[in-house]
Design a protein around this ligand. Structure first.
Ligand code: B4P
Length: 203
């Protein structure tokens, strides 16, 4: 499904990296970007920048993030729409990190891509058990200074993930673009698994 022919999609690689909070999305994104020369679009990073810059949006988002809630779809979708065109310039494609996080965001992303004559190739679903997720985020919390890396907020984020974000996998399964990756192990082991999958998509 979703075959688009009106752009040179063969050279492009557009990846969604998906998983629970702490599953390694940001960590693996950094490695994927270097290897495949992709532009990184992390909604978490974009929102944290708005908070650091103390913009109106940042002020609005900061309480939501500290409570483990999602930022409303229309705000996040607008942020990404602004970035897609500029990111298209100097790369071989995108990595969407932490986006889409709801089915509404997935629908919006697919509509944006269609409008630009590009397509998403694959959703990498990093699977990590809950004890390990909590452990990683608590570890990060010791140094990150992030308002959401504490036990109470982590538990809320995991609930939000199950209730609001999980349905995104069905959306991509139905389009035959869903790849499960075992997200347990060393960063390098996991990256090798992801590379194998992306090489198969890209060949
Ligand atoms: P994100 O910034 O996406 O944060 P995250 O889910 O915690 O993942 P992150 O990528 O940072 O962490 P990683 O797993 O790499 O979102 C933060 C908040 O922003 C959300 O809760 C929400 O409020 C808002 N938001 C973002 N996008 C949104 C959207 N689309 N819609 C609405 N709201 C949105 O790494 C975690 C830790 O594990 C790190 O310390 C890392 O070093 C460690 N780690 C990674 N891999 C490891 C491994 N193999 N072994 C051991 N440790 C590992």
């Amino acid at each position: 499904m979703e075959e688009k022919s009106h752009h040179s999609t063969t050279q492009m690689l557009n990846v969604i990296i998906y998983g629970a909070p702490g599953s390694g999305k940001g960590t693996q994104s950094d490695l994927i970007i270097q290897k495949y020369n992709l532009s990184h679009l992390s909604t978490g990073d974009l929102i944290r920048k708005e908070i650091a810059d103390n913009t109106e949006l940042g002020q609005f988002a900061s309480e939501l993030i500290a409570n483990g809630q999602l930022v409303p779809d229309e705000i996040v979708i607008k942020m990404i729409a602004n970035k897609i065109s500029e990111a298209l310039q100097n790369s071989n494609g995108f990595i969407f990190d932490g986006f889409p996080r709801t089915v509404a965001q997935a629908e919006a992303l697919e509509a944006m891509c269609e409008e630009k004559g590009i397509k998403t190739d694959i959703l990498i679903d990093l699977q990590v058990n809950e004890a390990e997720l909590i452990n990683r985020l608590l570890e990060r919390g010791k140094i990150s200074g992030r308002s959401d890396d504490n036990l109470e907020t982590i538990q809320k984020r995991l609930d939000v993930y199950v209730n609001q974000t999980k349905p995104v996998t069905e959306f991509y399964k139905n389009r035959n673009k869903h790849a499960v990756i075992d997200g347990m192990g060393t960063i390098e082991e996991i990256f090798n698994r992801i590379s194998d999958t992306l090489n198969a998509v890209n060949s």
